[in-house]
Ligand binder design. Structure first.
Ligand code: ZN
Length: 298
């Protein structure tokens, strides 16, 4: 029985086998190419599957997705922007495999539920904040997928105090303020000379004022979004993972301050926002949970 996990991220693909002892060395990664995205993705899958017959594949994708149709439409992949039938393509590659697709945030929620910080609670939120922002909403022990598979798009929640234009066409969305791509644009507009989310986090770590201010905006906005979700769902645990979560105090101090300022209803006194312990593999591990579920359902 060979199970595979695939992550379609805003910046790259990742694939691995599903096993108890998968480490970073077992994961194959590739940045999103300018063209031939499926061919790159296919080669990664073939590389990790080797000669074995694949029985199940779990796919985590950045949104939006159409779970029922098996279609992903990430704006970061030009060829797929209008929709790409990922399940059909993977099925052709592995004809006997059972394939499951879910939003990246949903997969992070599954991973935190199975291996991470929310394994002991029934109601929680797992947020991944990197280039984009997505979440897994756990209610009563189940991770919510929504009508079309897109539940968890916390990046398009409105955050008070901000009015930035969002890629979705709206204004004031969390992702338009705190998403890595938006933060980098904002910092560059203030004169920061660097490029990319990782570099922004590093710059803030060395005390760069603009990078620190950018992460401060992200922390404040994310804290407001969390403080809005917490009373709606009556949750007491929020896990934050992704590249920006590694920024330490420049993100976490304003985030915690913002949550403390706004999440004040009595039943939220136990609310804790904690960094994910799953590192860069949270979403992919959740895709692995999908593959296991698919294999068990057979
Ligand atoms: Zn939006």
């Amino acid at each position: 029985m060979t199970l595979l996990a695939l992550e379609i991220g805003p910046a790259g693909f990742a694939a691995s086998r599903v096993a108890d002892d998968v480490g970073e060395d077992d994961i194959r990664r590739h940045p999103i190419p300018d063209r031939a995205a499926w061919e790159v993705c296919r080669d990664l899958l073939l590389e990790v599957s080797g000669e074995d017959e694949v029985t199940a594949v779990g796919i985590a994708s950045v949104g939006p997705i159409d779970m029922a149709a098996g279609v992903v439409a990430p704006p970061e992949i030009p060829e797929w922007r209008m929709g790409f039938g990922i399940i059909e393509a993977v099925q052709k590659l592995f004809p006997v495999a059972t394939i499951q697709l879910a939003l990246d945030g949903v997969c992070l929620g599954l991973a935190e539920r199975n291996f991470g910080a929310t394994s002991e609670v029934m109601d929680a939120l797992a947020v991944t904040i990197s280039h984009r922002i997505s979440a897994g909403v756990m209610v009563g022990g189940f991770v919510v997928v929504g009508r079309t598979g897109n539940a968890g798009h916390i990046g398009h929640m409105l955050v008070p105090g901000f009015d930035e234009q969002c890629e979705c066409g709206g204004r004031g969305c969390l992702e338009a303020v705190a998403g890595g791509a938006a933060l980098v644009r904002w910092a560059q507009g203030q004169g920061w000379p660097g490029r990319g989310v990782e570099e922004l986090v590093e710059s803030a770590g060395t005390g760069d004022e603009i990078a620190t201010a950018a992460l401060g905006r992200a922390g404040t906005a994310l804290g407001r979004a969390i403080a809005s979700v917490a009373p709606l769902l009556d949750i007491d645990r929020v896990v934050v993972g992704g590249t920006l979560a590694k920024a330490g105090a420049p993100l976490w101090k304003p985030l915690n301050k913002s949550v403390a300022t706004h999440a004040r209803v009595g039943f939220l006194t136990g609310l804790r926002v904690v960094p994910s312990e799953l590192g860069d593999v949270g979403v992919l591990a959740g895709a692995g949970v999908l593959a296991l579920t698919a294999a068990q359902a057979e």
